[in-house]
Design a protein around this ligand. Structure first.
Ligand code: NAD
Ligand code: DAU
Length: 349
């Protein structure tokens, strides 16, 4: 692997992928292209920022000219595309931002790859997508790579659209692509608007824990470092044109997960058992809230030998420890726009 573009590398999953690649491939040039939205943070990468094989370029994937200039300058062999608007609640408040970044931004990258690549064996365009494109499951069943698309939020509709464009560029223009659709990630560096880091932050500050609806929705949790390993494997060994589902075999009803998190946090903060559970507040449900997601990861396991390695309780403890020992990170990302956004969220509920 030579020159690799990673988009969205200052975000949650992207920063773990950048770190893995920079450390594992010292002979490759890793370029992190990110426009540092509220979710992108260079503090996530301070440990590798001075490595010789790492370059950060601030820029917007919606800006087609900037994307072409970037490809021209670095002559990428491969693209790992993670940049996106990623939060479902924000997509309900402002769908158009998701159309711009997730759809138009992805097509800009596809156009640049199509223009600059001769489709040699070294080229690969890898789109990181979500299990939400498959819609919502009932009590039974798992999403497979053959499950028909049925996106139900503006976020998942925009990701489904970008997946379709990636496959269309493969089918129509022969662009060498690969895709993966994964379940809910958790771990260090996740912006505290998503369930787990939001609740950790609120517990630390003894603020209410807003459980949507009855807390009965189910998500399938995947430790972010296991996900980064899967991405590395799929980029190197996945079959061109194929899709791989990635999940942690780890379904939790929200309320059960929240109770476990409360127990862990009470223990770590030296608070009496039950203190954090007392913060649970049931609030108005998310509009169009999907009931259950669960992944059949059989294909990536049997074809590429990937398996999740971190159990949920172990991962959740590590995650809590990371937030507790990174109070300054948490303080910085929860100042400014964050406060305005959350005030509005709470008022609306
Ligand atoms: P994130 O919101 O933490 O980070 C997104 C990154 O993209 C940020 O660094 C942001 O600055 C950057 N970005 C946003 N708009 C951009 C633009 N127009 N130009 C350049 N950079 C831009 O997201 P995440 O949770 O790390 O998710 C990464 C990818 O994985 C996304 O494509 C998301 O859809 C997908 N995904 C995430 C999860 C999850 O649980 N977090 C699960 C499945 C799939
Ligand atoms: O499934 C993969 C997807 O997982 C990714 O594609 C998305 O980028 C990522 O944000 C995540 O989407 P979810 O909507 O599942 O994640 P979120 O953390 O927002 O919510 C998880 C569950 O917790 C969901 O059922 C809604 C609920 N929830 C969430 C928040 C923020 C609450 O009950 N209260 C909350 O305050």
């Amino acid at each position: 692997m030579k020159n690799i573009l990673i988009t969205g590398g200052a975000g949650f999953i992207g920063s773990h992928v950048v770190r893995l690649f920079v450390n594992k491939y010292p002979e490759s040039t890793i370029v992190n292209f990110d426009n540092l939205t509220y979710a992108g943070n260079l503090l996530n990468l301070t440990d590798i920022e001075n490595k010789k094989n790492y370059h950060f370029v601030k820029g917007d994937i919606v800006d087609g000219e900037a994307v072409f200039a970037l490809f021209e300058k670095y002559g990428f062999d491969q693209v790992v595309h993670l940049a996106a608007e990623s939060h479902v609640d924000r997509s309900i408040a402002n769908p158009m931002a998701f159309v711009h970044t997730n759809v138009i931004g992805t097509v800009n990258l596809l156009n640049a790859a199509k223009h600059f690549w001769k489709h040699g064996n070294n080229n690969r365009f890898y789109h990181i997508s979500t299990d939400e494109v498959y819609g919502s499951l009932g009590e039974e069943g798992l999403f497979t790579e053959e499950t028909p698309y049925d996106p139900r939020s503006p976020y998942s509709a925009s990701k489904a659209s970008s997946d379709h464009f990636v496959r269309a560029y493969h089918h129509t223009f022969g662009l060498p692509v690969v895709l993966s659709n994964c379940s809910n990630n958790y771990g260090a560096n996740q912006f505290p608007e998503k369930l787990i880091p939001l609740f950790i932050n609120n517990i630390i500050h003894k603020k209410p824990l807003p459980v949507y609806g009855k807390g009965e929705n189910v998500r399938d949790w995947l430790y972010v470092i296991d996900h980064a390993e899967a991405i590395d494997l799929i980029l190197r060994k996945g079959t061109t044109g194929e899709t791989y589902n990635i999940g942690g075999h780890n379904e939790w009803k929200n309320i059960d997960l929240i109770r476990l998190l409360c127990t862990i946090m009470d223990e770590k903060l030296g608070r009496a058992p039950g203190t954090s559970e007392g913060l649970i507040t049931y609030v108005k449900d998310r509009a169009g809230h999907d009931l259950r997601y669960a992944i059949d990861a059989g294909k990536v396991e049997s074809e590429l030998g990937w398996k999740p390695t971190v159990t949920f309780e172990e991962g959740l403890r590590k995650t809590a420890d990371w937030y507790l020992s990174n109070a300054e990170w948490l303080r910085q990302v929860t100042s400014g726009d964050y406060l305005q956004y959350y005030r509005k969220q709470y008022e609306e509920r």
